[in-house]
Structure formats: C-alpha cells, structure tokens
Design a protein around this ligand. Structure first.
Ligand code: HEC
Length: 198
C-alpha cells in the first residue's frame, strides 16, 4: 500500500515536471537561459546592415564585388540567363539554328507566346482579342508585330531573349516556365517568322 502511494506521488511529480517543461510558448519577461550556445552569439556581418571596420571607410556591411569579379563556376548559357557580354552588348544566339531547334522553338512559341502574340506574331492572340472585348481603355497595350516591327527584326538575339526572360511592360517574365535553352530556341523561331513575313 505504502509503495503504491509512493509510486503514484512520484508519477504525479514526474507528470507535473513534464507538463511544465512543455510550457515553451508562454510569453516571458526575460530571455530564456541558453545553456547550449551552438553558434548563436558571434560576430557576423548582417546583410543590409552597417559594420564598423577600419578597412572599410563607408561603414557598409554588404560589399560590392571588386571590378572584374567572375562567377565561381563559369556561367552556363544552357541553364542561366546569360544574354549580355561584360560591356552590356546583347549576345548572339548560342544555339545552332538547325531543324530540331527551330521546331522546338515553334512548339514552345505556340504554347507560351501565341496566346497573346498569335501564331504569326501579329499580336492577335486570344488573350488580347478578349482584352479588347472587355475594355479597350483598361488594356492600354501596344503590342508590336513580332515578325514585322523593324526594331525587333534588327534587334540582336540576346535582346529578344532578354524580353522573354524579364518580360516587358504588361508582358510577364517567362523565366519560370521556359528554361534558357528553350528561350534561345524560341528566338530562332522568331527569326523564322520574321523572314517569312518580310
Ligand atoms: C500575356 C500576354 C503575353 C504573352 C503570353 C507573351 N507576350 Fe510578349 N508581349 C506582350 C505585350 C502586352 C507586349 C507589349 C509590351 C509593351 O507594351 O512594351 C509584348 C511584347 C513582346 C516583345 C516586344 C518587346 C519590344 O521591345 O517591344 C517581344 C519580342 C515579345 N513580346 C516576345 C514574346 C515571346 C517570345 C513570348 C513567349 C515566350 C511572349 N512574348 C509571350 C504580351 C505577351
């Protein structure tokens, strides 16, 4: 009998400790005791915050990379949006304009671009036809003819790649949907549309 009582008292105390130990979400006035420090407290440079350091006169924490800094791995045009050289000039298309590439570009253009630009690039896609029906004023767009606009016909491939990657005005970026290699293929297909139209 005595033993059973002792055990139940012990159990109750144990449960109480467990229950109290679980009260971690409660609001406390003092910072918790921090027995295991890990690396929680150490000097570090925080992004966007200032830093007093004798070598750096401007007191900024974030540093501008020195001139001529290059990426750790050389940039890969197949996976990265590389479309300008170091002087900001638009690059040529790194893909060959062979049949399989142009067909791929055509397929991707018809999927992603024709909804607005239509299959010829004239800008009469279903989305824009619909926009005109809904409200001419609300959709105050000026979509150039992708195949005929001289500015686009004369542009460098890197420029067209850039428009697909970043979007322009009301045209959204297609960087998330179309990998760089396919963007270059679409640019080749735009050239085909242009040479057909002119
Ligand atoms: C949701 C509709 C929409 C889709 C989809 C779309 N565009 Fe556009 N695009 C526009 C609009 C609107 C403009 C005009 C932007 C402006 O006012 O400058 C435009 C402009 C352009 C221009 C001309 C940029 C310039 O310098 O004038 C190019 C090139 C272009 N789009 C290519 C593409 C390609 C390639 C795709 C497919 C990957 C695509 N667009 C998909 C709506 C779209």
């Amino acid at each position: 009998m005595m033993l059973a009582k002792k055990i139940s008292v012990l159990l109750a105390v144990g449960l109480a400790i467990l229950a109290l130990g679980a009260c971690r979400g409660a609001i406390k006035k003092h910072p918790p005791i921090h027995p295991v420090l890990d690396m929680d407290f150490q000097d570090k440079v925080k992004a966007q915050l200032g830093l007093e350091f004798d070598g750096w006169r401007d007191g900024r924490g974030s540093r501008t990379p020195p001139a001529g800094t290059v990426a750790r791995d050389s940039l890969n045009w197949e996976t990265e949006a590389v479309f300008q050289d170091a002087n900001g000039a638009y690059l040529d298309n790194p893909l060959p304009a062979d049949e399989s590439v142009v067909r791929r570009g055509q397929e991707r253009f018809d999927i992603y671009c024709s909804v607005c630009h239509d299959r010829t690039g004239a800008g009469n896609g279903l989305v824009l036809q619909r926009a005109k029906l809904v409200s001419k004023a609300a959709f105050n767009y000026a979509v150039p003819h992708l195949a005929k606009e001289p500015r686009l016909v004369q542009s460098k491939d890197g420029y067209l790649f850039q428009v697909i990657s970043n979007g322009q005005a009301t045209m959204p970026s297609y960087a998330a949907q179309i990998p760089p290699r396919d963007r270059w293929a679409i640019v080749h297909y735009l050239r085909v549309l242009q040479s057909r139209a002119n």
